[in-house]
Every structure is written in C-alpha cells, then in structure tokens.
Write a protein that binds this ligand. Structure first.
Ligand SMILES: [Zn+2]
Length: 220
C-alpha cells in the first residue's frame, strides 16, 4: 500500500450570506402612514445584521445595494449573489402592506413548488430555485428564522408561504424573503422606526441563520 499523507484540514470556509434590502433609490417600497419608507427600514436592518455578524467568523455577510440608496434590478441582485459573492444563502428583506388595519407581525416566503397544478405554460424566467433540495433547505432556513425572530422580537409570526417571487425562483441556493412587519399598520410602523426593534429583528435573523447552519452544516 502506498503511504497516505494526511494534510491538515484547512480552516472551514465561512458561509457567505447575502442580505438583500429590497427597493432603494426612487423605489421607496411601502410607505407607512407616518411616512416611514420600506427602503430605509430594510437597509437599516441589513446594516445591523452586518455589524452583529462581524465577531462570528463562520459567517460572512454581503449586502446588496452597495451604494445603499440605489435601486437594483432583480437581475443585478441575482448576479451579485450567484456570481460576485458566490453566496451560500440569500435573504431578501421587505415590509408588508395590508388593507386589514389589524394585520401585524412578520411573514416569510420561499419559492413556489415546481409542479404547476393549473397547467399554465407561463413559466417564470428561471426555475433554478425550485428544485426540491433547494426548496427543502429554504423551508428549513425560513423555519429557523421564524422561530428565532419570534423569540428575539416578540412580534407575531404570520407564517411561511410559497410564492413565485422571481428573485427567489431565480436562485439555486436556499433563499428566503422576510417581511419584517406590516408598515401600513401604525403600531408596526412605530416599532419598525425604533433602533431597539431593528436590533431585535437583526438579532433574530442572524440567530436563525446560525441555527440553520448548526443543524445542516451549511449543506442543503
Ligand atoms: Zn418590498
């Protein structure tokens, strides 16, 4: 038998997570009744996640909208995620809007399943995000974040839904969209304007990512 030389294992590569604050520039997103803009809330939370993650050497956070208050197309966000940063996980941040005055809390979304029961031939531009392994991993990531967000923020969980969001369906990595509150609700708007609540949301999202990685080792 040939002797086998065992090289010392290299340090594990950190998991790269893209945090994508939605909207930007002239696209403000949802407007609260007191004027708070979705694009500002989600950027503030994204920047908090970056700061909180700095001491954690197993996770590297990259943030889209590099010039911050600019509008990026979905294609630019996807290219940044898959090509520029070669990310392992993707999380896009939004706030909700509702006609119901009582709707509050956070809601999560993952890509819609591959099987189209309507028989429609209107396929989204890419089905990459809809393989069952990626979907299962996205669901697990969403579940971990939902649990951690409830614990950190005390906000009510409105559930996890599957939707054909183009950006989620275009990504072949675990990908989750989070509406971090209902901005059209005045009480949620007040919370989303506060530094304290933004910190809690950022902590919850980061804790959910860590829980997911602890359970899966980062591989779907
Ligand atoms: Zn949005």
């Amino acid at each position: 038998m040939e002797p086998i030389l065992v090289e010392p294992a290299p340090p594990p590569k950190p998991t790269t997570v893209v945090i994508d604050p939605g909207h930007g520039g002239s696209d403000t997103g949802v407007l609260g009744v007191n004027g708070l803009k979705e694009k500002e809330v989600v950027l503030a939370v994204a920047e908090r996640i970056v700061r909180l993650s700095e001491p954690i050497n197993t996770i590297k956070i990259a943030i889209t909208r590099e010039a911050r208050d600019v509008e990026w197309s979905d294609a630019t966000r996807v290219n940044f995620t898959l090509t520029k940063t070669q990310a392992d996980l993707f999380i896009t941040l939004h706030t909700g809007a509702s006609y119901s005055p009582t709707a509050r809390g956070f809601e999560l979304y993952i890509a819609a399943p591959t099987t189209d029961t309507t028989g429609s031939t209107n396929k989204p531009p890419s089905d990459a995000g809809k393989s069952s392994a990626t979907q299962n991993a996205s669901l697990k990531l969403a579940e971990k974040i939902a649990t951690a967000l409830s614990a950190s923020s005390g906000a009510s969980a409105r559930g996890i839904r599957r939707v054909p969001f183009r950006i989620l369906n275009s990504l072949n990595i675990p990908a989750v969209a989070i509406e971090i509150g209902v901005l059209t609700n005045p009480e949620d708007e007040k919370l989303l304007a506060s530094d304290e609540f933004r910190d809690k949301i950022a902590q919850g999202i980061l804790a959910g990512i860590q829980e997911y990685l602890a359970e899966t080792g980062g591989s779907p």
